[in-house]
Design a protein around this ligand. Sequence first.
Ligand code: UDP
Length: 330
Amino acid sequence: MKVLVVGGAGYIGSHTVRALRDVGHDPIIFDNLVTGHAAAVQRLGVPFVEGDLNHPVDIYRALNEHRVEAVMHFAAFCYVGESVRNPSKYYQNNVVGTIQLLEAMRSCAVKLCVFSSTCATYGVPTAPMLNESHPQRPINPYGWTKLMVEQMLVDYDHAYGMKYAALRYFNASGSSADGLLGEDHTPETHLIPLCLLVAKGVRDNLSIFGTDYDTFDGTCIRDFIHVEDLAEAHVRALDHLSGKGESLAINIGTGTGHSVREVVRCTEEVTGLPVHVVESPRRDGDAPVLVADATMARDVLNWRPKYTELKPIVETAWKWFQQCGHYPKA
Ligand code: UDP
């Protein structure tokens, strides 16, 4: 299928472009290169449209010129903390931008959409593991933007027959096993890359945000899912929709949680280097524990993560950071 990958020059998008290409789909990258990387586009060697969701003409051009049959939508700002400080940026980009995209899809009769949602739509868990029927009560604007789009997808499906798969990711992490693609955010705020930057000596220390949570070691617990497993889930979700499967919202995680302190220790083990930490106050918008019940992904998409342990995930990320940790500037 011809698949427009919106945000395909970014971290998860680029890995998914590769996974689509590897199984014979024809991905086309659409990206404004604000946070995405021209060098990732070059490495992937697929058609590229430089455009912005807030310029609808760009989207129409991409959909029409490439005769797009399905869209995967990754283009969003994704920093929980920043979304609390600057919600306007998040609602404008993540919500308004998506309305423009869905409208363009509607008028170009593109009826399949795989959307990057998030476990941040659940808010504070009321159960040790989250399944898809857990109430969705986000505790930060980032989570709200994603939940609003999920609701739009439900309504567009009902009214216009646009089929969707909303993939509720847990914590995307790691890099492609061969080091071709990786995680390169500016600024970097995610836990695993920050630990690696401290190990490498690029940063002095890691602030642990909160050591008084009601967890076994007082720090937050997250479910780290390898980016190539996430990419594979997108391909399966697309196949599900194109095979006339029902629209769905589905968790993509490993089902195992690791605390912030465990990630620090694992980084030390993988790198053989110390990760100096500073115990710091809680960060606004953080839920104490987010761990997936990924039964539905297994049953409906026949998807299982290949990376089920933290260490190999950190190893792939370390490989990327040892090489350089950044894409060359175009
Ligand atoms: N975290 C931390 N120090 C940092 C960055 C993150 O203690 O410098 C914690 C953060 O509070 C959260 C976990 O690590 O509990 C994962 O955060 P990240 O930003 O990587 O992903 P999120 O869960 O917010 O999507």
